[in-house]
Design a protein around this ligand. Structure first.
Ligand SMILES: Nc1ncnc2c1ncn2[C@@H]1O[C@H](COP(=O)(O)OP(=O)(O)O)[C@@H](O)[C@H]1O
Ligand SMILES: [Mg+2]
Length: 248
């Protein structure tokens, strides 16, 4: 695997799954073999946004009825997903031991993929942070709301202090333009850099749009619609991430 990107926010509803699924489709179309890992294991919805109905999930792997490889569902030529299992209590309350097991599972298939995109649960649980920070690069999905700022800051603080991450990539969601995204980014960077000595890079933005709402309702990632501005916005994010992130 060359690059692994973990979408984080701290807060639910910040657009992590929207960003992760569209990035996964974009990397698979533009760059190479991509594995999307739905790390919101107990309350997964990446497969919903992708429009696939996987038969197996990571729960089958945890319970020992299949290998990790068998828990992967192919979406298209270059894209596969490791889905979670809706309503699984063993995954909602993921133990440290099971977290480690999943981690080993992901490692066991790494050589088959060039890119990994991790869609995280809300919060900054130990398993979320280690999955996202040990061998991945965190990408923060940020919305211009005080609650989102606070949760994103708390997540960054843990990554900074406990995982020694000093560069953070930000995608601003639900804004109207690049100027608006830059304003939100500058405001967040100013607050954060009062307390932490870090680098922050704005990789792009996703607007709030009817097109995006429709894509979610239809279960077709908006990146597929090449005629729309939303497609090129994701294309630019892929370009920026691919040039900034070092190969593993
Ligand atoms: N840019 C956007 N445009 C339109 N709706 C959005 C946008 N971002 C998020 N949403 C809405 O917010 C909901 C939550 O987004 P989601 O990606 O599931 O967040 P998270 O994974 O962070 O919990 C989506 O189902 C959608 O209704
Ligand atoms: Mg989500």
């Amino acid at each position: 695997m060359k690059k692994s990107i973990a979408v984080l926010s701290g807060k639910g509803g910040a657009g992590k799954t929207l960003l992760a699924t569209n990035l996964a489709v974009a990397f698979s179309k533009l760059k190479g073999k991509t594995l999307l890992i739905d790390a919101d294991f107990g309350l997964p919805n990446a497969h919903i946004m992708l429009g696939v109905n996987p038969e197996k999930s990571v729960e089958d792997f945890i319970s020992g009825t299949c290998t990790f490889q068998e828990a992967i569902t192919k979406v298209s030529d270059n894209l596969s997903i490791v889905p979670g299992k809706s309503g699984s209590s063993s995954l909602v309350n993921l133990s440290a031991e099971n977290g480690k097991k999943i981690w080993h599972g992901i490692k066991s298939v790494k050589s088959a993929y060039e890119y990994a995109i991790i869609d995280n649960a809300a919060g900054a649980e130990d398993y979320t942070m280690s999955l996202s920070c040990v061998e991945s690069t965190p990408l923060i999905s940020l919305i211009d709301l005080p609650t989102n700022f606070l949760d994103a800051y708390s997540t960054i603080k843990i990554a900074y202090h406990e995982y020694n991450i000093k560069t953070f990539y930000i995608c601003v969601n639900q804004c109207s333009s690049l100027t608006d995204a830059t304003r939100v980014f500058d405001k967040f960077y100013k607050i954060t850099s009062n307390f932490l000595n870090l680098n922050m890079i704005l990789v792009g933005f996703i607007p709030h749009s009817r097109e995006i709402e429709n894509s979610i309702n239809k279960r077709i990632p908006f990146f597929y619609n090449e005629d729309r501005i939303e497609h090129s916005l994701i294309q630019n994010i892929v370009k920026t991430l691919d040039t900034h992130l070092k190969d593993k």
